[in-house]
Design a protein around this ligand. Structure first.
Ligand code: PGA
Length: 252
């Protein structure tokens, strides 16, 4: 009932030429593909060129971040209008690397979600616990805090557009994927939280992706879980063949 969505987060990888080459490779594989939404999130510098290449395919473009202001004296920041101008419809917000390395807070995430929604974009909001938090039994508490604060004062009709990515920090780039059961348990908690924050309809329509060492070998067992609707893929999205296999195995 919920349409699967597989997104590739390329992080700080690839020159423009390299990014275009992967995008063109993916376009060949998924020129017409209707079984899932496919989104790629190259670095800012490559967005516009990649957009030109994939514009007439089923692959959609996303950015890895957005700033929470329209324009002005914010050196180094990128506004939603700039992202849309470069061809982006999706934007990742609150990735754990932004939180841990760049000091992004739940309040920043909330502001970014609001401005992205205001500009008609589709935000992918990330949330997830660190290993010490999981070991201390705080996983649900952390998810509740990040998601409740992130969604603060966002009306239900706009919340319907948000995609949530559950990304346990200990699984990101470590090769240590959450088991399908661990992921399902967290996704179910998130869906119930959305119901508490909004209502049953929003909860049943919200797509929740899993992220953290997703590979062609483990995607199928994650996707069969009831509350897992897709994946946010880092390392394995950098290569045409592995990302293609992930998308294909996700909809088996
Ligand atoms: P990974 O990254 O697939 O390399 O673990 C996931 C992410 O950070 O979104």
């Amino acid at each position: 009932m919920r349409r699967p969505i597989i997104a590739g987060n390329w992080k700080m990888n690839k020159t423009i030429e390299e990014a275009v080459s992967v995008a063109v490779g993916l376009k060949r594989k998924f020129y017409t593909f209707s079984e899932a939404d496919i989104v790629i999130c190259p670095p800012f510098t490559a967005l516009s060129k990649v957009s030109d290449k994939i514009i007439d395919s089923s692959i959609m473009l996303g950015a890895q971040d957005v700033y929470s202001e329209e324009d002005g004296a914010f050196t180094g920041a990128i506004s939603p209008n700039m992202l849309k101008d470069a061809g982006c419809r999706y934007v990742i917000v609150g990735h754990s690397e932004k939180r841990a390395l760049f000091g992004e807070t739940d309040e920043d995430v909330n502001k970014k979600l609001k401005i992205a929604l205001k500009h008609g974009m589709v935000p992918i909001m990330c949330a997830g616990e660190r290993i010490e938090e999981r070991d201390n039994g705080m996983t649900f508490e952390i998810l509740e805090k990040q998601i409740t604060r992130g969604l603060k004062n966002i009306p239900r009709d706009e919340a319907l557009r948000i995609i949530i990515a559950y990304e346990p920090v200990w699984a990101i780039g470590t090769g240590r994927t959450a088991t399908p059961q661990q992921a399902q348990e967290a996704h179910k908690f998130i869906r119930e939280l959305i119901e508490r924050l909004y209502d049953k309809e929003v909860a049943s329509k919200t797509r929740i992706q899993y992220g953290g060492s997703v590979k062609p070998e483990n995607i199928a067992n994650l996707m069969i879980q009831e509350d897992i609707d897709g994946a946010l893929v880092g390392g394995a999205s950098l290569d045409v063949n592995s990302f293609t296999e992930i998308v294909r195995n996700a909809v088996l």
